[in-house]
Design a protein around this ligand. Sequence first.
Ligand SMILES: Cc1cc2nc3c(=O)[nH]c(=O)nc-3n(C[C@H](O)[C@H](O)[C@H](O)COP(=O)(O)OP(=O)(O)OC[C@H]3O[C@@H](n4cnc5c(N)ncnc54)[C@H](O)[C@@H]3O)c2cc1C
Length: 368
Amino acid sequence: MSSNFQSHINNSIDYIIVGQGLAGSAVAMRLIEAGKSILVIDQPSKNRSSAIAAGLFNPITGKLMTKTWLADLLFPELHQFYTNAEQYLDGRFYFPHTIYRPFISIEEQNEWMGKSENAAIAGYIEAIYLNSNYGHQVHDPYGGIVLKQCGYLDTNVFLEKVRTKLDSTNSFLNESFDEDSLIITDENVQYKNFTASKIIFCTGIAQLKSRLVSGVPLRPLKGETLLIQIAENPEQIYNRGVFIVSAAGKNQFRVGSTYESRELTESITEAGRKELQQKLDDLLVLPYQLVGQDWGIRPTSPDRKPMLGVLPTMENVVIFNGLGTKGVSLAPYFSKQLVAWLLGSSKLQPEVNISRFKSLSSKFREAV
Ligand SMILES: Cc1cc2nc3c(=O)[nH]c(=O)nc-3n(C[C@H](O)[C@H](O)[C@H](O)COP(=O)(O)OP(=O)(O)OC[C@H]3O[C@@H](n4cnc5c(N)ncnc54)[C@H](O)[C@@H]3O)c2cc1C
């Protein structure tokens, strides 16, 4: 990425970004690349979704294992974005790797033999095994499928590197954003002693607590993960019922996740541990030791698509949220789209524009 960033000596900047999870980090990188001056405000919480995420990206997902929405656009973009980011930020956090998914029946095996003929999916398949190939590590009596263009992002290292870069240009404020200190005029926004043309909220699930932007229909989806230690290194990222992905720490792996939309207690649960351990035992042959458990809340949207755009009643207030279960793969593509739109060079896709939520304008008028 180019480093034509200009410091905001007189506190007059182009954009204020609130929140430095995957969404805020990606937008910050795009704006820096475009030569814009920014201020990022974040008070990181241990359980923010981006820090809990296993960081997996996988173009073939879901119970039915179908090609994920816009995969052919999202995956080349994420590859380019994180590869460039590693260079620009001088860090190692992007790990392309194949994923192995064991089959659970002969029927599934046959189904995948058929599907693999489909040109739209073939580009994501590395190999299909009709007999056990990783039986020394996982249960795969019917073989399995090896998927490519997958891998994981070490989200904590990525967030830390972005933060260090922002710090080095005095572009980061570690504080809780105080909405009462925000003044919005037709021309600009003012926050304490900073003036910017627009403010971009990338606050994840915290947006639900906002007085200003509370009308956005975010749906919280809690997830829990386990941290396990395995003496022998898994040869693949295994994924069946749960995934097993390398985590920070020697021989440590993250196992996840649960999906809970009703019981949103801000803590780990016994039920979460049991569910994950049961699924892990169904998958993993290797002995393991449980060393930790985590929880986080994903910011999802009613139609599972991101939310981008400007508030109907406040032209200078922008939202980038709703990354849901796929922040790692959605953030690069949609941060690019958001910034291109901010700079006036393209439009937002109607499916992701927050204007699709018709109830939005009246709720915002009430809120202001
Ligand atoms: C258990 C679990 C596993 C997951 N696994 C994956 C995975 O494998 N792959 C994948 O792609 N996605 C995964 N996700 C989803 C992914 O984490 C989200 O899509 C993504 O992190 C959302 O990023 P965000 O920046 O929108 O939100 P967040 O990560 O919540 O970031 C919001 C930021 O805003 C800050 N903030 C909010 N309000 C304020 C305020 N008033 N003042 C200052 N700062 C504020 C917060 O501190 C935070 O840093 C997982 C999520 C969970 C919970």
